[in-house]
Structure formats: C-alpha cells, structure tokens
Ligand binder design. Sequence first.
Ligand code: 13P
Length: 254
Amino acid sequence: MKTNRRPFVAGNWKLHMTLAESAALARKLKAGLARPHEAEVGVAPVATSLHVVSQALEGSGIVVAAQNMHWEDRGAYTGEISAPLLLDAGASHVILGHSERRHVFGEQDEGIRKKLAAALGHGLVPILCVGEQLSDREGGRTTDVVLGQLDAAVDGLEAEPLQTLVIAYEPVWAIGTGRTASPADAQEVHAQIRARLATRFDGRLAESLRILYGGSVKPANAAELLARPDVDGALVGGASLEADTFLPIVEAAG
Ligand code: 13P
C-alpha cells in the first residue's frame, strides 16, 4: 500500500434511477463486494432513494452519501434537505460543491463554506468537490481556482473537526466528457491541494486526508490514476451506474 490512507471509491449517481432501480443496483454492489477489498466504497443516490439504498446496503460496509444539503437544520427553506434529515434517511456522507451545483445551479463559495461547517457539525462526512473549468486551465489559473475554492470552503475551520474531510478534485472539463486529466496532471493538482492543507492546517492532517479524482473515471483508466501517490480514490459518475463498470474501478483501488 502506498500510504496509510485507505482508498475511497464513491459512485455519484447524479439524477439517475428510480427507487426500484437504485435498490437493485445497491443489492448488486453488495453482492459484488462480498469478496475482500481494500477500498472503502460509497454510493450517492438521488435524495428520494437514500433510504431504500441505505436499507439495501445494510451490513455491506458500503457507505451512503447525499449529493447536496442545506446548511440550516429546519425552517422556511422550500425544496431543501438538511443534515439531520440526511442522517435520518441513512446517509453518513454528503457531496458538497459539486461542479454541477456550482455551474448549473449557481452555488457560491460562501454557501459551500456554510454547508461544510454544518455537515461537520452534524457528523456527516463531507466530500468537498473542487475543480477548474477549461478556460481556467487554458488560462493557467488551475491552481488559483482549485486552491481558492478549497480556502473558501474551509475558511474559519480548525484542523480538529476536519479529520473526516474528503476532497474530490474534479476538473469540470473532464466530467461526463470522456476526457480525463492525465495521471500526471491529476497528481500535480492533488499534491498542491495536500501542500495547501499542510500550510493552512498541519502536515499530519494533510497526510491523513483523502483526495479523490473525478472526471470520466472508467475501468480502463482507473488503475493508472489510482497508482499516483496523492490520488487516494475516485468519485465516479457515469461508470458508477452499472455494477459491471463500477466494481472493476473498486478493484483497481485495491
Ligand atoms: P463522470 O465520471 O460521468 O465524468 O462524472 C464525474 C463526476 O462528476 C462525479 O462526481
């Protein structure tokens, strides 16, 4: 094993699958992962399927993540779901600041910061997504954008509550496009994220946190990406919708 960090492979199901389809895929994954595997595995179904998926996965060790949440616990916030309700539905993790939330739904850094603090406060494991757009990469702004998103999200937080944080580097231009960052490009950004965590908090925290790569991860490219020293797992979109394409990615993680 390359580090003490346990690999983490999570499937982001986005806006796909009914209750029955979600439960069926969860059961397939549970059966497929009955063999020993090193990686921690998670799935993020749509909110309406969180409960059935968590029930279907009981006893499997596969964790269940929500795809978003609101920072307030309750109140006049039509259409929102809070951390206590996600926990009530069986989620232990939550994806925050996904690029589709940022760029399709206009989420801003400040809201993501509040969500991160609320998730940690309630004991949900946050999977914080950061990533640059193609114009940022072509303009040489990748580091500024990615570290800027990271800094904004953890602003005001101490190292102690961040022990569970998972970060996902997802270059926007690689999501759903079939274009993947090269393993070397991914490694470079992951190392920059870890270095920033070390200077902002401390080296021990930086060394312990897992940084996942996301963006067109497939069975064919997973092993190469996951072999890089700072790539601690994957956040998988399209290839997580079928057991036949998701399970080989879990296997590639060890
Ligand atoms: P794809 O794997 O479909 O590119 O999606 C990546 C992603 O956005 C995971 O959160």
